[in-house]
Design a protein around this ligand. Structure first.
Ligand SMILES: NC(=O)c1ccc[n+]([C@@H]2O[C@H](COP(=O)([O-])OP(=O)(O)OC[C@H]3O[C@@H](n4cnc5c(N)ncnc54)[C@H](OP(=O)(O)O)[C@@H]3O)[C@@H](O)[C@H]2O)c1
Length: 305
């Protein structure tokens, strides 16, 4: 099969090459999926799991990409919950070969059914950004209607999901980003926007939940804005700051079939819009994943036309 591989951590996405690889085989509880579309998170080259296995041994050449949509072609021993020919989407294991390939072996529990009226490109854009927003807001942030959310990077892949899900849950959303992100953030439902390069973050006043996708100084300044009992949720590593009278939580997104179903149902009935950026073929993926211009939206590789 055709696949993108990486071998050189220092080279990052520039080190991606399109090669021939053996098709994966299905282990216990595995599913083989013929991939139709793959999502990519630009920071994947910084994740240790791209380079080493769970015992910290070199696992290169590795296939990046951890979001997929496609069709089930085979089941491993004991696999239940999905069937051959079914359309699926989901989140691939961080430590296994990923989804920038024609086929992937993935545990059934990491997949959910992709309804027939949802395009593969859309399905592949949802797992990481949708689940991260859902888990950050509801599982870790315990968001309640009437609370306020400071959604950093509100025009980004995760940020647009955070904004929409928080609004739907009855929260007041203040989005942030660069000046060029203002219209997009407001379009996705933010009620206010803070240009982090030119506005004073501190003018926001108190908020109940900060959803941090940036870290560093922005995270530290945001923590001090959190009201008593509020939460800093960060997805960029261990918290560097804590709210004076609240909690700080960091987490890595987990696969969850029920949540994937909730997310895709919202897309079907128009409550949730995806934020898809550049879409390219697998043959053009290396160039597409090394853009010369600023990214806007999640990059998707369309593996099959
Ligand atoms: N822990 C987890 O489970 C998890 C899950 C998903 C993602 N992540 C991480 O979360 C981060 C965001 O992911 P994503 O897919 O949403 O990325 P993305 O689509 O690039 O969105 C991030 C947004 O924030 C903006 N931004 C970043 N730093 C900024 C700054 N200093 N000032 C103003 N705007 C800033 C970016 O704009 P510019 O790019 O133009 O600066 C972009 O619009 C990544 O680091 C990713 O690895 C973690």
């Amino acid at each position: 099969m055709k696949a993108i591989v990486v071998r050189d951590e220092a080279a990052g996405t520039a080190g991606m090459t399109l090669v021939e690889r053996p098709e994966p085989s299905a282990a216990i509880n595995d599913v083989i999926v013929e991939i139709h579309a793959s999502g990519f998170v630009p920071t994947e080259m910084e994740w240790p799991s791209t380079w080493t296995d769970r015992r910290d041994r070199d696992r290169t050449p590795s296939i990046p990409g951890h979001e997929l949509s496609g069709v089930v072609t085979a089941l491993g021993y004991g696999t239940k919950g999905v069937s051959v020919g079914q359309r699926v989407f989901g989140l691939a294991d961080w430590y296994r070969d990923g989804t920038l390939a024609e086929y992937v072996a993935i545990e059934a529990r990491n997949l959910a059914p992709l309804p027939g009226d949802v395009e593969f490109t859309v399905g592949a854009s949802l797992p990481i950004s949708g689940l991260t927003a859902w888990q950050g807001l509801f599982d870790h942030g315990r968001l309640q209607a009437g609370q306020s959310v400071l959604a950093h990077g509100a025009a980004g892949a995760v940020g647009t999901m955070v904004t929409q899900l928080a609004r739907e849950a009855g929260a007041y959303v203040i989005g942030t980003g660069h000046a060029a992100d203002r219209n997009k953030a407001l379009d996705f439902g933010a009620q206010e926007f803070v240009d982090l390069d030119n506005d004073a973050l501190e003018d926001v006043g108190g908020v109940d939940l900060v959803f941090d996708v940036i870290g560093g100084d922005i995270q530290k300044r945001s923590a001090s804005l959190i009201r008593a009992g509020g939460t800093l949720v960060t997805i960029v590593g261990p918290p560097e700051a804590r709210p004076p009278d609240g909690v700080a939580v960091d987490f890595v997104v987990e696969s969850d079939r029920a949540q994937l179903c909730e997310i895709v149902q919202r897309v079907r009935d128009g409550r949730l819009r995806t934020n898809i950026g550049n879409v390219a073929t697998l043959d053009d993926a290396v160039a597409a994943l090394n853009p010369t211009e600023r990214r806007t939206g999640k990059p998707i590789i369309r593996i099959r036309p």
